[in-house]
Design a protein around this ligand. Structure first.
Ligand SMILES: Cc1cc2nc3c(=O)[nH]c(=O)nc-3n(C[C@H](O)[C@H](O)[C@H](O)COP(=O)(O)OP(=O)(O)OC[C@H]3O[C@@H](n4cnc5c(N)ncnc54)[C@H](O)[C@@H]3O)c2cc1C
Length: 328
């Protein structure tokens, strides 16, 4: 139907991060308000498993384009295929995750087709038959709600963890619509040569607990102290740009405007002052604990709990207490 809500299912060579299905939950709520259905769409070499799971998380239909040329993600190929589908079916709303892949395809498709685009949304609702999209502005100091009255359909990229995961129904199924969009390697400006997996394995975006360090941690050794706390709590280690720029920890750990946007249950900021560019990436965490030796550090204004002290003393104490509490 023309007013359906579509959700892009992001995968890496067929492997879907479970969080990709998160958007089907909010997609269904929006579709109910429009009196339509939530549908998934995907692009890849073989989409059988993806389709099966998309139904289990609430999609009523799955649209797919398959082919060897789509085995590895390439922005040009995927956005051309996505544009073909979106132009043909013109759904009311199209949701992507605000990841590198999602943002690449969303922006290229919106530009190619002249559709509306709102990036990095943190809230979505339908009022008076109109989609209202909330996003952060001015480095996260304000939230603004935007509507798109003219350029339809509306494409939105949604910040990870902005909405709850829908329940999985293992017996659900639905209709698969396979479309073909033939694209040859000669038509593409890029060739896939090799996939080099990062040596750094950190999944900050999906972590429930993050222990982050800034310039106040003082060096690589300081991050070892933070890692012990993160390991004790089953969390990941994050960092401010100052720590990354100093070469104490790789960029993959950076949180903030030019790093990752995270929303863990607990974010423990150690030796981080709380610059707006850092806050932009973590201020929507459920609970922020700040450890800083300066009682006037701006981070305390955004913290649920604040500990004024030297992290070198505070963090080992926390490790000791949590180990005792968690029987580790
Ligand atoms: C365009 C642009 C993009 C940017 N993007 C990002 C980004 O993505 N992420 C990001 O983080 N920054 C970003 N920045 C940089 C940002 O403006 C700040 O410079 C940076 O966040 C500061 O990092 P920090 O808090 O670790 O360091 P500082 O501001 O130097 O703060 C260090 C803190 O550590 C405390 N401290 C010192 N010693 C101890 C101790 N022993 N125990 C406890 N506390 C201690 C100090 O009191 C101080 O508050 C960006 C800047 C620009 C201009």
């Amino acid at each position: 139907m023309a007013n359906d809500v579509w959700v892009y299912i992001e995968h890496k060579e067929g492997e879907v991060s479970p969080m990709s299905y998160e958007l089907l939950g909010i997609g269904k709520t929006l579709a109910n308000d429009f009196g339509s259905s939530v549908c998934a769409f995907a692009i890849g070499e073989n989409l059988d498993n993806i389709s099966k799971e998309a139904f289990q998380y609430g999609a009523s239909k799955v649209y797919g384009i398959e082919g060897g040329v789509y085995k590895h993600f390439r922005a040009e190929a995927y956005s051309k295929a996505a544009s073909f589908l979106l132009d043909k079916y013109k759904p009311e709303v199209v949701l992507f995750r605000a990841t590198t892949q999602g943002t690449d395809i969303a922006a290229a498709s919106a530009a190619r087709l002249g559709f509306g685009l709102c990036t990095d949304s943190i809230g979505l609702k339908v009022e008076g038959g109109q989609l209202k999209m909330t996003r952060a502005a001015f480095g996260g100091n304000y939230t603004v709600t935007v509507v798109n009255e003219k350029a339809k359909p509306q494409i939105v990229t949604v910040r990870p963890k902005a909405f709850a995961m829908p329940e999985k129904n293992a017996s659900a199924s639905g209709e698969v619509v396979k479309e073909s969009f033939a694209l040859s390697e000669d038509e593409l400006a890029t060739k896939f040569v090799e996939f080099i997996k990062s040596q750094v394995t950190v999944n900050l975006v999906e972590a429930d607990i993050i222990v982050s360090g800034g310039r106040g941690v003082g060096g690589e050794e300081g991050f070892k102290i933070l890692k012990e706390l993160a390991d004790t709590l089953g969390g990941a280690v994050g960092a401010s740009r100052a720590a990354v720029d100093s070469g104490w920890i790789p960029y993959e750990h950076q949180v903030g405007q030019t790093g990752k946007t995270v929303k863990p249950k607990i974010y423990i900021a150690c030796g981080i002052s709380g610059a707006i560019q850092h806050l932009a990436g973590m201020r929507t965490s459920d609970c922020i604990v700040a450890i800083n030796k300066d009682p006037d550090a701006p981070i305390f204004k955004n913290a649920s709990f604040g500990i004024v002290g030297d992290y070198k003393q505070v963090v080992p104490l926390l490790v000791e207490k949590f180990k005792a509490k968690l029987n580790k």
